[in-house]
Design a protein around this ligand. Structure first.
Ligand code: ZN
Length: 180
């Protein structure tokens, strides 16, 4: 699926804006504090922003309520599993940054319900889903390379996939190794 992403911020709440082939605009807050706005392809951004403004009160309340909640359907990650994931990320991220000749980044780790990671090229912040602790190493590495490639190509265009392929020619295979 082809999607285009951007970030909108309201009252300090970061909203992941995703354009998709949908009929209606929708705003969702997930346990853990992930906020996603899904916008139909042809809707002007100004209309999407107006929609969010109308919902600002609801968004603030819902975000505060859900932010501290653990995503319900996600399996728990033990202290040891978390530590093991951190070690892995702290080893692989510098390796790939050096290979890509990229400057250092900020790394964050948290439970996310709808994505394995996300990348904010402007603040050079990459967030990884804590649930990667339950995934095999080849898949984890694919997610790392995927997110780091967003530092230079912030979308899922053919150019982006060509870049991922350059670094990880077997990424499709790795992607299929995801445990569901
Ligand atoms: Zn991506």
């Amino acid at each position: 699926m082809n999607t285009a992403r951007r970030i909108m911020t309201i009252d300090g709440i970061e909203i992941d804006v995703v354009r998709k082939a949908v009929r209606r605009i929708s705003l969702r807050v997930y346990p853990g504090g992930e906020v996603r706005l899904t916008v139909p392809w042809l809707m002007p951004l100004s209309r999407a922003e107006a929609f969010v403004s109308e919902k600002a009160d609801w968004l603030r309340k819902t975000y505060q309520r859900l932010r501290e909640e653990q995503p319900r359907t996600l399996p728990p990650v033990s202290k040891e599993q978390r530590q093991e994931l951190i070690l892995y990320i702290n080893e692989r991220v510098p390796f790939w940054l050096a290979k890509m000749q990229e400057q250092p980044i900020q790394i964050r780790l948290r439970n996310m319900k709808s994505q394995w990671g996300n990348c904010r090229p402007l603040t050079r912040t990459v967030t990884f889903n804590l649930q990667l602790a339950h995934q095999p190493l080849p898949f984890r590495e694919y997610i790392i390379v995927h997110e780091l490639c967003h530092l230079s190509v912030p979308n899922h265009s053919p150019a982006f996939h060509a870049l991922v392929t350059r670094y990880l020619p077997d990424w499709k295979e790795r992607k299929r190794m995801q445990i569901k």
